[in-house]
Design a protein around this ligand. Sequence first.
Ligand code: ADP
Ligand code: SF4
Length: 688
Amino acid sequence: MARDPRYDILFEPVKIGPVTARNRFFQVPHCNGMGHQHPHGHAAMRGMKAEGGWAVVSTEECEIHPSGDVTPYVEARIWDDHDIPYLSMMTEAVHRHGSLAAVELVHNGPSSSNLYSREVPIGPVHQPTSYYPFQARAMDRQDIRDYRRWHRDAAIRAKKAGFDIVYVYAGHDLSMPMHFLQKRRNQRIDEYGGSLENRIRLFREVIEDAKSAVGDTCGIAVRFAVDEMMGKDGIAADGEAKDIVAMLAELPDLWDVNLSTWKHDSQTSRFSEEGFQEPFTAFVKTLTTKPVVGVGRYTSPDRMVSLIKKGVLDMIGAARPSIADPYLPKKIEEGRLEDIRECIGCNICVSGDYTITPIRCTQNPTMGEEWRKGWHPELISPKASNDRVLIVGGGPAGLEAARALGLRGYDVALAESSTELGGRVNKESRLPGLSAWGRVRDYRLGQIGKMTNVETYLDSRLNAANILEYGFERVVLATGCHWRKDGVGRSHAYPIPGLDKANVFSPDGIMAGRLPGSGTVLVYDDDLFYLAGVLAERLAKAGLKVIYVTTGDTASSWTTNTLELLVINKHLRKLGIRVIPSRDLVGVKDGVAQLEHSYGEEPEFIPVDAIVPVTARLPEEALYQSLIANPDALKDAGIKSVTRIGDCLAPGLIAYAVYSGHRYARELDANDMGEVKFRRPLPLMATS
Ligand code: ADP
Ligand code: SF4
């Protein structure tokens, strides 16, 4: 299909100094947990973005020197010439598809750990490092000269590695130019501290150094956080940021502007809408003639066009939308808007970096698997048999299996016991703040709807007899799971005493709209991710008095990995919810909950009218057990395999369910189906 002419403007080329981007789609730097440790995977993932139409594809932070080592996080690295071949793998993968490769050079100064290099961290003044119990020392003039030399040398190496754009990075409360800009971090009394003219000096010098070193052939981009969201204590869009942009306006070849820190830059859909950065970054274009890139979880092409036309941005920056759909630009170009797999804003991608593991994505199960499994987000091998597949359950696992099997050409029947497809995504996306999660369902329904070889059957609860009778060769059980009501979970191997006699409401019940009528509800969170917090919000908004008790040190403690921890904890308190962290629910008697303190303080007794235990789930596996209990019956029915996927196999994240469904579809009819098989990049033996 041809592109809608109203999107033509998105495909205009943009000049970035000496290089030209073929369109306005710009994959800004983003972490991915692969970096220098998984260079093949990293290169293939970036190459996929270029293939999908992103005109510029950037690395994540790329450390320039051992004194700016961010271990244990795994980012890119360009310490010396040994790194060049690894980075070249990426630039070649990007160039193969006609895109420009950008590198985000970084020295994190006092935000570095140097846990690997064991160098003493350095910074504008003596100060504690951001995340570790030791200090950075103040840089003297020689240190500043050294830092500039490292940055310059790194830029030259980047050019050798084939990069077309070299970033000077001042963002996220992380990099040296940012730390010199920040008043609170820079109280130097020499020409690099004090007035803004002085604090901006290093930033300016490093941009000039990069320009003189490689600016003849490389575009020099600046990444600058215009607001640290801390009022007058930080850089602010209505404060010094304007002066900074004005003072450097025409110096770089491109401005990439955003918010700091990362939690403000990558806000989740629970707390912010598409375009949430616009009010902060919109001023930049009024102060420079150079192209401006900005982000804001943009997935709507109409919104993108309006940003360009209104003069807010010149290029549409994206990290997460490019992760969820590496082919987003191409789909707009080809007039296939309904095929766009929109980011749901859940930040599971971020959790990869935070847990120092390769990136994964809820919407895009192939993310991070491009090299090690050879998975392509849009392509999949044709079917290898004429086996017909029956999928039982239409949640994210069943829907993704149906979509991907359908794409392979298999005949698929999907039976769902309820009257709507979507499973847990339907339930969860009705909770406060989670409506965008419905995109997991919507994308798959849209795709399946176009397939003549995938039939869906609603209101169809299947039992073993039905399945044997239908005689599909392959049976996939995607029947999901349910929340326990007995309190068993991480902290309790056995049911919590008294819960069986208490007024207990399960998370499933609340999601289905069955709420306590009135009074005080105790939400007991031993799951530690998002759900208990969202349920507490749901209950509070229904007018109930909510007490949130968690075995974690904070509410929703695992959300530190999705950048939401602080905002959730503030949010719950704002809603009037009493949060009691570091406590275990050890029993309930006569409407009184007994809490035990993690630090051994006296037990606490709280009168409650209802309890919602959010502890653990059990798979809906009865159907599976009854089928496999009778192998002869399966054989007689012509059933070759019965496979559990998603939450029916093991309750987990929505991302795991999608991945599980996808993996089943990829592997069907492979000789080694179900084997754990992926390529591993083994370290090379050092030669010197
Ligand atoms: P997952 O996350 O693994 O996809 P979900 O809980 O989201 O799991 O979805 C499971 C779906 O399976 C639910 O929509 C549920 O209604 C459906 N289901 C469960 N048992 C049966 C059954 N016996 N027949 C048909 N559908 C079923
Ligand atoms: Fe978007 Fe979630 Fe995928 Fe990240 S993991 S790109 S937030 S859908």
